[in-house]
Design a protein around this ligand. Structure first.
Ligand code: TMP
Length: 215
């Protein structure tokens, strides 16, 4: 495949979606062919799954059911959108991917699901394919949750199912993301997200130029 697959990860309200949009603009100015997508919800069926997953009562399903639905979303996303775009040589920027399942459904739930269940789902769904680069936006939990709730205030149907799990869950998943980055330092770059949008964008651009020679 000739395109690049870049994923944007982090806890609630970490600013990853804003940074993804800014990187897309930047790459387009450099005459690159780019698509922006997200999980869950990067496809039509995915949007229906998203609704089930991110709205309503936090206990309406357990972490295994969640992992299965996130992986159903991911499989459709891979086959219908991500792989075809990469084959056409496009950059694919995804707002979340499989690291979110490990961070939320494994670390966030304090390892109540066996890690190899998630690893097997990854193998079946994605195989040996991996993102070329993953940004992990690290931000303190209180700041992120406050931002996320402020954003949700304007939504008719509030996408705050995971936010409502409380700070302990979110501390665990923050540490989880840092653990993932430690295990795969080549693929993952942790960025301190506690700074201005523009300064964080400059950090993102610097990494992209270093890795992919875009200047
Ligand atoms: P978003 O708010 O970044 O759009 O993400 C939707 C929510 O879904 C967010 O609370 C994180 C959660 N999520 C998981 O729990 N597991 C996953 O695998 C993914 C992709 C997202």
């Amino acid at each position: 495949m000739s395109g690049y697959f870049i994923t944007f990860e982090g806890g609630e309200g970490c600013g990853k979606s804003t940074q993804l949009a800014l990187l897309k603009e930047y790459l387009e100015q450099k005459r690159q062919n780019v698509i922006a997508t997200k999980e869950p919800g990067g496809t039509e069926i995915g949007l229906e799954l998203r609704h089930m997953l991110v709205t309503g009562d936090k206990d309406k399903m357990d972490p295994i059911a969640e992992a299965l639905l996130y992986y159903a979303d991911r499989r459709i996303h891979m086959t219908k959108k991500i792989w075809p775009a990469l084959e056409e040589g496009k950059w694919v920027l995804s707002d979340r991917f499989a690291d979110s399942t490990v961070a939320y459904q494994y670390y966030g739930y304090n390892k109540k699901v066996e890690k190899n269940v998630l690893d097997n789902l990854y193998q079946v769904t994605v195989g040996n394919f991996k993102p070329d680069l993953t940004f992990i936006f690290d931000l303190d939990v209180e700041t992120g949750l406050a931002r996320s709730y402020a954003k949700a205030a304007g939504m008719v149907e509030k996408e705050t199912r995971h936010e409502s799990r409380g700070t302990e869950f979110h501390q665990l998943l923050r540490q989880g993301f840092l653990e993932i980055a430690k295990q795969e330092p080549e693929r993952c770059v942790v960025l301190n997200a506690d700074k201005s949008i523009e300064s964080l964008h400059q950090d993102v651009v610097k990494i992209i130029s270093e890795r992919f020679g875009i200047a």
